[in-house]
Design a protein around this ligand. Structure first.
Ligand code: ZN
Length: 478
């Protein structure tokens, strides 16, 4: 199901449609900045930021503000993104479970949005008194689920109101009246009771647009309550027929339709005016906050350390440092063992410009940082920087496996073990200067080093030729 929301007339909409001019207000000149509180609901065996790609969430927030731009409504993060570990919630199968948990974790006076891995089989649902639950897989660039659900939160019904749970077929006669199905969307107030109410089916000539469906006359009739594909003009690929036999095409450009995301691009003027009125008259608390001044983030952080060969500290951690960026409030630090970041090791959110993270593998790693703030989400991560973690050896002169010393251009190596060992000399940037053949057990050898710039190098001693296990040692050559 694309969406779950109460699918009948509510008192406020009826009241408004009776005399829209009475409630007129506009965000055209002074935009409405509305606070969103975002929650990441994650399973107990995974961290919140490992569970959800921050880039997807930032892209989704960027898209949300992009979609709402023509309406003069903008959203900002009220507080930092909150994480809640709950196995019951992150993948819940019924909306009632979602509602119960949403009510337990609410911030008053804002639009509460909860991101989950499974939203009762929907892409998202809006509970007028509790907030919005969103399935993470329906979020991101070019996706409009969040826009649609906030449309609901600001009182907009579907353009096909009344057809929820019913399937229109062009070969079957179109009814004049539909019954709202109150059982389709069970919320905590209506559980077993079946209440039916009738809805007029909207005509193509617009003659009953005020009473029928969503009550807006600039949203044409739409009977399609399932995900549908559109043509190049965002219209349905087949003609629908109203009960008078008049043919028409459904308009998939509207966010409140169920057309696929690629078709959707707008709210109508009447929908927009109704959202403004809802903010002012039904949810005025959204305007009670002093909103932050929107500040764009125009530069990227510079990644300072680590780069190249990097020693782990005593607790097997590496400290990541980057430059502060103007107007940034948070940084997302991502560490992976591949350049595309699909094999992620860490994703953490911090307001600091450094963080120490445990590194458990000696493989090459990549890291990058994304800066954002509570109003600016259209950001990209930095280009990745790479590093190779090295276990620090506390005694410079001796390895547990091998003794070695440096004198007059020669490295003297003694292998006291009973197995062959391999040795590499590398720069602190990770460039291998040379590697030895195996060192025969119980033997001392000396190796002439190539002419090198004086400085710090790393000697790696490994038990197999390619992938360790190795120990690493710092050596200062002069
Ligand atoms: Zn919906």
């Amino acid at each position: 199901m694309p969406c779950g929301t109460p699918n009948w007339y509510d008192a406020w909409r009826e009241h408004y449609l009776h005399e829209p001019a009475r409630f007129y207000t506009s965000a055209k000149d002074t935009p409405y900045l509305l606070p969103l509180q975002l929650y990441l609901i994650h399973s107990s065996n995974s961290s919140p930021h490992r569970s959800y790609a921050t880039s997807t969430i930032l892209d989704a927030l960027c898209q949300l503000n992009e979609d709402f731009k023509p309406t003069g409504i903008r959203f900002y993060l009220y507080d930092s993104i909150r994480a809640i570990a709950s196995d019951e919630w992150t993948n819940h199968e019924d909306i009632l479970t979602g509602i119960r948990l949403m009510q337990k974790h609410q911030t008053p006076g804002v639009i509460n949005c909860y991101i989950v891995r499974g939203a009762a089989g929907t892409c998202g649902y809006n509970i007028p008194y509790a907030g919005i639950t969103l399935n993470h897989s329906c979020l991101g660039k070019g996706q409009h689920t969040w826009t649609h659900e906030i449309g609901h939160h600001l009182s907009l019904p579907h353009t096909f109101l009344g057809w929820e749970g019913k399937r229109y077929h062009p070969d079957s006669p179109t009814p004049k009246i539909l019954l709202y199905d109150y059982t389709l969307f069970k919320d905590s107030l209506i559980t077993d009771t079946v209440i039916y109410d009738t809805a007029e089916v909207e005509l193509a000539d617009g003659s009953n647009c005020r009473q029928a469906a969503d009550g807006f006359c600039d949203t044409p009739p739409d009977y399609l309550s399932y995900r549908w594909e559109c043509d190049d003009s965002a219209r349905s690929t087949f003609a629908l027929r109203d009960y008078l036999g008049q043919r028409f095409y459904a308009d998939g450009s509207l966010y409140m339709s169920y057309a696929v995301d690629e078709c959707q691009s707008r709210f109508s003027d009447e929908q927009t005016a109704f959202m403004w009125a809802t903010i002012h008259h039904k949810r005025p608390y959204l305007l009670d906050h002093t909103p932050p001044t929107p500040q764009a983030i125009e530069e990227e952080p510079i990644l300072l350390t680590p780069r190249g060969y990097t020693f782990l500290d005593e607790d097997d951690r590496i400290t990541f440092r980057w430059s502060a960026v103007d107007h940034a409030e948070w940084y997302v630090v991502e560490v992976a063992i591949n350049k595309s970041f699909s094999r992620l090791r860490h994703r953490v959110l911090t307001s600091d410009t450094s963080i120490a993270l445990p590194i458990s593998s000696s493989r090459k790693h990549w890291w990058r940082v994304t800066a954002f703030n509570r109003t600016h989400f259209c950001v990209r991560p930095t280009s990745p920087e790479s590093f190779i973690p090295e276990s620090a050896s506390r005694t410079k002169e001796h390895s547990p496996m091998m003794k070695w010393w440096y004198a007059e251009g020669y490295l003297h190596i003694q292998n006291p073990t009973t197995q062959p060992l391999y040795l590499q000399l590398v720069t602190i940037h990770g460039k291998v200067l040379f590697e030895t053949q195996d060192f025969i057990p119980h033997k001392t050898q000396r190796v002439k080093l190539p002419l090198m710039t004086p400085g710090l190098y790393i000697v790696k001693v490994c038990t197999t030729r390619r992938h360790g296990p190795c120990t690493s040692h710092r050596i200062f050559l002069n």
